[in-house]
Design a protein around this ligand. Structure first.
Ligand code: GCO
Length: 429
């Protein structure tokens, strides 16, 4: 028999989104430019007005608050605040003040992302994050945010520091669409430094704000591989993508190679934000890694993105972070792209069960943000994937509250998953 599953007191229940993916009307960054190139984006979609959230944020937040959410993760678009080198747009600063006021009015604790993939065009022209000396421009942007927005409660510095270098400089899926391992390493290194810069700038001016990183922590499963060599390969990738990161946050140096030091990164995360969607394992042929695949337990279901659903991976992610990081954890993204809202409901429940299990085993998880509050621009996949608790009709900008949003709202209201709900979905805790 199932029992109600209670979450800790003051647990934050929210949804996440980013500036570029929802605001619309952004024409001054690298993504806008990239989308104009035929063949880069599925169906040749362009982001355009997106969800017009730039104009509708207040009514959107009202919807989320009416759905019993008590926190919200959103972002700031750098190219709005600093449209040209060393030039600040004060109207846009005013705009974001209104956004944060609206969050407050609707009792939504604010989580705000400084950098979520997009860079201003002028910064791109200078070589973007590829050039170490360009970090001073990122510092300038962070300084403006720190000075102007003391009202933000939780800052997320960089969204997924490994993804932009990987997708933009290796796999060519994101701007600038390059493929060079050397460029990847440089950008990755500079982005890690950018995280440190954002942390120090914000804390300097607002010591009370909580500032943390948001990262996907892909679990490169090893369980299918017994051989020494394969284990080494898998752990090499894990080192580059995950362990380096934990080491730098903990000690300012990398255990794999103590010559790699970034002292300025030591202790630069007041909390850890986990983004989790799926779990991967390496495929080998004649001992050589040639690709990755999803964890595929029997009866695996797939999302619209083609990702295998694997809730256990979220539990394992949390336990890994618990081991490596001494501080509170937030699930800053977890969600599904699907046309079947029932599937979204199951997905949410199954993943919340994983979170609950980790909490029961001692993990200090303090909040959960479903990705995404509303359907939005899914980067190279355009508008096709539907991640939202709220559906968007892109022709009319009409909002449609999905059943999953109501179910999630009920969980948030009661701060628990009721035994009845588990029964209904035939789930066992
Ligand atoms: C990312 C981003 C989001 C995505 C989401 C779904 O992880 O790529 O943080 O911008 O939209 O993850 O793919």
């Amino acid at each position: 028999m199932n029992k109600d599953l209670e979450f800790p007191e003051n647990f934050l229940w929210g949804a996440a989104q980013s500036a570029y993916q929802t605001e619309g009307h952004n024409y001054n960054n690298d993504w806008y430019k990239f989308e104009q190139i035929k063949g880069k984006i599925k169906n040749n979609d362009t982001c355009g007005a997106a969800c017009d959230h730039y104009n509708r944020f207040d009514s959107d937040f009202e919807l989320l608050s009416n759905l019993n959410q008590n926190a919200h993760r959103t972002g700031i678009e750098w190219s709005r605040i600093v449209p040209e080198e060393n030039e600040v747009n004060h109207d846009e600063i005013e705009h974001y003040h209104k956004v944060f006021e609206s969050l407050k009015k609707h009792n939504l604790t604010s989580f705000v992302t400084v950098h979520h993939f997009t860079i201003p065009l002028w910064f791109e022209k200078k070589g973007g994050f590829l050039k170490r000396k360009n970090l001073k421009h990122f510092e300038y942007y962070c300084d403006i945010l720190a000075k102007n927005f003391p009202e933000v409660e939780y800052w997320n510095t960089i969204n997924e520091p490994g993804v932009l270098p990987l997708m933009g400089y290796m796999s060519k899926d994101y701007p600038p669409g390059r493929s060079s391992f050397l460029a990847f390493l440089k950008v990755y290194n500079n982005i890690l430094r950018a995280h440190g810069i954002a942390y120090h700038k914000i804390k300097e001016k607002n010591p009370k704000s909580q500032v943390g990183i948001v990262k996907n922590v892909p679990y490169f499963y090893q369980k299918f591989y017994g051989k020494f060599w394969k284990k080494r390969v898998v752990s090499f990738f894990d080192n580059v993508y995950n362990q380096i990161f934990f080491d730098l946050l903990n000690n300012g140096r990398v255990s794999l190679n103590p010559l790699i030091r970034e002292k300025c990164l030591k202790g630069t995360s007041d909390f850890f934000g986990i983004n989790y969607y799926d779990a991967l394992y390496f495929k080998f042929k004649l001992g050589i890694p040639y690709g990755m695949d999803f964890m595929l337990p029997e009866d695996t279901r797939f999302t619209q993105m083609g990702w295998g659903i694997y809730p256990r991976g979220l539990y394992e992610n949390i336990m890994r972070v618990k081991k490596e990081f001494n501080g509170p954890i937030y699930i800053t993204e977890n969600g599904i792209a699907t046309l079947e809202d029932k599937e979204r409901q199951s997905f949410i429940l199954e993943h919340l069960l994983a979170v609950h299990r980790a909490i029961k085993e001692g993990a200090d998880v303090r909040g959960f943000f479903y990705w995404s509050s509303m359907d939005n621009w899914e980067w190279a996949e355009g508008f096709e994937p539907r991640f939202g608790l709220i559906g968007i009709d892109y022709e009319t900008q009409e909002r449609q509250i999905r059943e999953s949003a109501k179910m999630y709202g009920e969980i948030a209201k009661q701060n628990k998953i009721s035994a009845n709900l588990l029964e209904k979905f035939k789930l066992n805790a």
